[in-house]
Design a protein around this ligand. Structure first.
Ligand code: IPT
Length: 957
């Protein structure tokens, strides 16, 4: 005899998409049909396993009075102060045994209960639908004690017909959510695992004769300037577009002159789909997407994608985003010149796509599919190549396409991410091509492009991208005919990415290269009381991938990181270059569709970084691709022989939806003449007195040659050669990288523990010379270093010459001097700013006069690492000193040592000490993006070779 002791939870491990839900359809907000949001506080009970509790909680009259509460939309692991478990971060490893479709018995299960009053004026005619916009990862639903069904597909909408079950007055909605299910095998995206009802829950009235599903087809013929509109609808009705005088029946095409929709000119026409039972607002954008001549063209023109991968993220609410946060993303993207977004790696909240239509962003809408963890077993048993899973894959494809098909911003449907190859993917592509031939299909995982309309790659190195641009990459016949995009490149983890400008140059040079999407938009740091922002491992996960989850262009709080500022500059829609000596500026419109009429131009002239004259520059409204030379006025004469330069800016001529008039979209700078270098005769002679050497304003320790003070300014630690930086994520590189990872080699060599051997201190006629050898323990390599101090009585010059000894097979992290000041706060400099820059990430560094404080010079990377350098510094003033460079130098100052920065795991590990540590660098090694891509290009290497550089010190007090 056998009997069952636990309720059946077989559906959890069933590969099918679920049962009971309505077929997918377009997502829209009706103008007149009623709806009721069921967001808010829900009763909540957490169980350790899927079958721990029976279904009686779904029964009417169940008393959940002693249950906890959670907010819906939300993830339970981010609520309850740890009482409901915690998030888990893995990149591609499944946090459970790979035993498809089974999941562990330990399967956190959240029972959610919502008792709601049906409003007394809720219409009694027609039906009603209950919509879930997102539940991770598997839900079973009951209304008033009756089971509606169960579903998987976390970031997709699921609807149930509930008209028959709704009651006047009190209704009880019960939802059981399992963290793990067969669906989890399809949702192995690189992000936190976050169970819960994390998007809206809504009850929708469906009046008799209301719209069910509809499909807006709005194309644009660039040869005639006409658009053709046809709205197919399950329920017949009329389509009205007042601005175009359109009033046609559904299913009827109509052709009229229109302004097309593009991401640069997102013209939307308001319309209405009216059926007997309902009016649905339409926002129609006319555009035609085709693959033609091996290029992705919209409205007849090839598009250059300047994109980013966007995960949905909020540091406190996880993937439960409100409209304002979504809008903030879009505004930030538009203000930083981005024109495209890949919704990595799942369809976003539908409201985000409305914003993309409205503000103008090209979208790759990606299906909620990733099976990356199967790579660990060479893709054996991969669900996308197993027919049993195909219905689930098709369900996901349909739920994406049907939900989102009416958005003009979407140009590509993406099958998913990192799921290998297989028959299931082909089935998805075939279905999508059939259902929506008016868009293209994207998928990166198949380099033969059997199912796709674009050759897409991730993290391809510059040299390979160039080969692809030149059509020298070979590949299948199909692939050779396709355009190329990088759906992910330039890994924005920590400091970086470096090498962006070099990629952009290639994208602009070769037609076949249609741009790319930076990985990724936002750091997924979780707000944490002690740590600031938590990353993988901070919740005690047994498997995790550390701070690989913090690799965005914006910090978790959406503050732009230097990477975003750099990207903005690199992808500016207008190119401004000049011949400063001859006062000529060349302006090029790099947009694909818009002319320059929305922009105003202004010039200014700086002497030693301070603007002395400015005015407006008249530039013709160049067509896309057009270019013109414009003459600048005569540069002002500067009697003191200062450094003169031009700055030309392109600004918004008027307010737009996304930024106000005068917002700067592009700029260029060019010198009128060369910078005069600081020089003076060495007239002073070192004088020895009582163990001290005096030279001009400076005092030294006669035995060690250490600088003690300059004028009244005490120097806490003398300037010494420094080659170490706290390795960035990109220096360290990903473990699986096959290229040399210099961050690792640096540490092996011992560059973080260099020793200084004092060779001699010589007081000569016109200089104090200190010789030393700087080298790591156990190695034969070293750097012979000579510090030569001279003075004219007022100023003090330090010339450093460095000669490498031995066989240096690695570049240096940095090369310069580090010294300590007991006091410094305010900083002013003339050089690159306002933000940090590194050799291969300094396009956005603008030469000027900048002010800051030591604290504000720091860039708050979630995992602390080298940061905050300012490029091309002519002079800097801080702590009572003025330091001039010959030549220009890199400047960094912080309240902790490089060693402390290197040891810190979180920002909270960094505490200000009583010294401000200043680095004056002659050189820095490039940054690259080896945390998931190429290291710095060779031209950004800091080679160990003989050099000499100088600084001139004086006091400001
Ligand atoms: C690539 C993934 O597609 C993306 O989700 C993310 O994990 C990114 O890498 C790294 O942050 S896969 C890559 C390891 C080849």
């Amino acid at each position: 005899m056998s009997f069952r002791t636990t309720p059946s939870v077989d559906y959890v491990e069933d590969v099918s998409p679920g049962s009971g839900a309505l077929p997918p359809r377009a997502w829209y907000a009706s103008s007149d049909a009623r709806s009721l949001s069921l967001n808010g506080s829900w009763r909540f009970r957490l169980s350790a396993t899927a079958g721990a509790e029976d279904d009686s909680f779904a029964d009417e009259g169940y008393d959940a009075g002693n249950w906890a509460e959670v907010t819906v939309p939300g993830h339970w692991v981010l609520q309850g102060d740890g009482a409901f478990g915690s998030p888990i971060y893995t990149n591609h490893l499944y946090p459970f045994p790979v035993d498809p479709p089974y999941v562990p018995t330990e399967n956190p299960t959240g029972d959610h209960l919502r008792v709601f009053d049906l409003p007394s004026d809720w219409p009694s005619d027609g039906g009603a639908v209950l919509r879930f916009d997102g539940v991770e990862s598997c839900a079973r639903v009951w209304l008033n004690g009756t089971e509606l069904g169960e579903f998987k597909g976390s970031r997709l909408a699921h609807e149930f017909a509930v008209g028959e079950l709704l009651k006047p007055g009190v209704n009880v909605l019960a939802v059981r959510v399992h963290q793990w299910s067969a669906g989890s095998y399809l949702e192995d995206q690189d992000q936190w695992w976050l169970p819960g009802i994390f998007r809206d829950v809504t009850l929708l009235h469906r009046p008799a004769g209301s719209v069910a599903d509809f499909f807006v087809h709005a194309s644009y013929d660039h040869t005639t300037g006409e658009g053709t509109l046809r709205v197919d609808s399950d329920v017949d009705g009329r389509v009205l577009v007042p601005a175009l005088d359109i009033d046609v029946a559904t299913g009827e095409p109509v052709t009229v002159a229109v302004e097309p929709w593009t991401a640069e000119t997102p013209k939307l026409y308001d319309g209405v789909l009216a059926t007997d039972g309902e009016r649905v607002p339409l926002r129609i954008g006319f555009r035609t997407v085709v693959l033609e001549d091996g290029l992705v063209k919209v409205n007849g023109t090839a598009v250059l994608f300047k994109g980013v991968n966007r995960h949905e993220w909020h540091p406190e609410r996880g993937r439960a985003l409100d409209l304002e946060t979504m809008r903030e993303d879009v505004l930030l993207m538009k203000r930083h010149n981005l024109n495209a977004v890949r919704t990595s790696h799942y369809p976003p909240h539908p409201a985000f796509l409305d914003l993309c239509d409205e503000y103008g962003l090209w979208v790759i809408d990606e299906c909620d599919l990733e099976t990356h963890g199967f790579t660990e077993q060479d893709w054996r048993d991969n669900p996308v190549d197993d027919d049993r899973w195909t219905p689930a894959l098709l369900d996901r494809a349909a739920r994406m396409v049907e939900r989102d098909k009416n958005h003009p911003s979407i140009v590509f449907w993406s099958l998913g991410n990192e799921a290998g190859t297989g028959r299931g993917l082909t089935a998805m592509a075939e279905w999508i091509h059939g259902r929506d031939p008016e868009r293209l299909v994207h998928y990166e995982g198949d380099w033969n492009c059997r199912d796709t309309d674009v050759y897409s790659r991730m993290y391809a190195f510059h040299d390979e991208v160039e080969k692809i641009g030149q059509q020298l990459d070979g590949g299948t016949h199909r692939r050779r005919e396709l355009p190329f995009i990088q759906c992910e490149y330039a890994h924005a983890m920590g400091n970086g990415p470096g090498g962006l400008a070099d990629y952009q140059e290639l994208f602009e040079k070769y037609d076949r290269l249609q741009g790319g999407f930076i990985w990724e938009w936002i750091d997924h740091g979780v707000k944490h009381a002690e740590l600031g922002y938590a990353y993988g491992g901070d919740f005690g996960e047994e498997l995790h991938d550390g701070n690989f989850v913090c690799d965005g262009l914006v910090f978790p709080d959406r503050t732009p990181s230097p990477g975003l500022i750099e990207y903005k500059k690199v992808i500016e829609p207008v190119h401004i270059e000049g011949d400063g000596a001859n006062g000529i500026v060349r302006i090029t419109n790099k947009q694909d569709f818009a002319d320059l009429s929305a922009l105003a131009f202004e010039w200014s002239c700086q002497v030693d970084g301070e603007t002395v004259e400015s005015g407006s520059l008249s530039v013709p409204a160049l067509a896309p691709g057009g270019s013109a030379e414009v003459k600048l006025p005569e540069p002002p004469v500067d009697g003191r022989g200062g450094e003169r330069q031009w700055t030309v800016r392109a600004l918004l001529a008027g307010d737009t939806l996304w930024a106000a008039k005068d917002h700067v979209v592009a700029w260029g700078q060019f010198a009128v003449g060369a910078r005069p270098l600081p020089s003076f005769p060495a007239t002073d002679r070192p004088a020895l007195d009582d163990g001290r050497i005096t030279l001009g304003p400076a005092r030294f320790d006669a035995r060690t040659g250490a600088l003690l003070s300059i004028g009244g300014v005490e120097v806490g630690a003398t300037p010494r050669l420094d080659v170490w930086r706290a390795p960035t994520d990109n220096d360290d590189g990903a473990e699986w990288q096959t290229d040399t990872r210099y961050g690792v080699l640096w540490r092996t060599l011992g560059l973080h523990r260099m020793r200084h051997r004092l060779v001699s201190v010589e007081a000569g006629d016109d200089a104090l010379t200190v010789r030393s050898r700087v080298a790591p323990a156990a190695r034969e390599v070293g750097l012979d270093t000579v510090y030569r101090w001279t003075s004219d009585g007022e100023r003090l010059r330090l010339s450093v010459s460095v000669t490498p000894e031995g066989d240096w097979t690695v570049p240096l992290p940095r090369l310069g001097v580090r010294f300590g000041l007991p006091e410094a706060d305010r900083v002013e400099w003339f050089g690159g700013g306002p933000g940090e820059a590194y050799p291969d990430s300094k396009a956005a560094s603008m030469i000027g006069r900048w002010q800051s404080t030591v604290d504000r010079l720091q860039t708050p990377y979630v995992r602390p690492q080298e940061n905050g350098a300012r490029a091309d510094v002519r002079w800097v003033e801080l702590g009572g000193l003025r330091i001039e460079g010959d030549p220009e130098f890199w400047f960094t100052a912080r309240r902790w040592t490089t060693e402390q920065l290197d040891a810190a795991r979180h920002r909270s590990d960094l505490a200000a000490g009583d010294t401000v540590w200043v680095n004056l660098d002659h050189g820095l090694h490039g940054i690259g993006s080896q945390s998931c891509g190429p290291g710095p290009l060779p031209q950004y290497f800091l080679k160990a070779e003989p050099v000499e550089f100088s600084f001139v010190f004086s006091t400001t007090r």
